[in-house]
Design a protein around this ligand. Structure first.
Ligand SMILES: [Zn+2]
Length: 175
């Protein structure tokens, strides 16, 4: 029988500054992409491509939840949407994940349209036949869920991998 797994906690990420005295906290984006795309390849081989995307989206959701709780809003403050967006924009830039813009947001209708330029997952990729930022879809859904308490469907409708210069995410709240 498999050993019971230990659920992920933020602390598991460790003290990177202490552990990488000479190399430091940062690394080239290609290393991140190599990890992500090979993971997607192997998951697709074992479980099929649709299931692989679903699993990667779920990983992104967990990451987004933890990112919100440990980076964006450590003190669990009540943030207005404007303040929340400005904190998120700054964090995505500081962490070099991408450059976020809110194209439109109608919270009463639970509809938001976001773009991410220079996205860590896909910017510069060769043209393919589908949007590839499933991890980001989950990441954004996790962040928004933790912020609002609402569940959201996040769908990437434009992506560098489909010929666009930014990733565009259509976000619709579930009832
Ligand atoms: Zn993309």
């Amino acid at each position: 029988m498999d050993k019971e797994y230990k659920k992920f906690e933020w602390e598991d990420l460790g003290n990177i500054v202490a552990g990488r005295e000479h190399l430091g906290e940062e690394m080239p984006v290609i290393v991140y992409r190599l990890f992500e795309f090979t993971t997607k390849d192997i998951l697709s081989k074992h479980f099929g491509h649709d299931k692989a995307k679903e699993l990667i989206r779920e990983c992104g959701f967990l990451a987004g939840t933890e990112f919100y709780l440990n980076v964006l809003n450590k003190n669990h403050e009540d943030l207005s949407f404007e303040v929340f967006v400005s904190i998120l924009q700054k964090a995505l830039k500081d962490f070099k994940i991408g450059i976020l813009k809110v194209e439109s947001a109608d919270l009463s209708k639970k509809k938001i349209m976001l773009t991410v330029a220079e996205d860590i997952d896909c910017s510069g990729m060769p043209l393919g036949d589908e949007a590839v930022c499933n991890y980001d879809e989950g990441f954004i859904a996790g962040i928004l869920h933790e912020y609002s308490g609402v569940s959201w469907d996040v769908t990437e409708i434009d992506c560098w991998a489909t010929g666009d210069r930014v990733c565009r995410f259509r976000i619709i709240g579930k009832d």
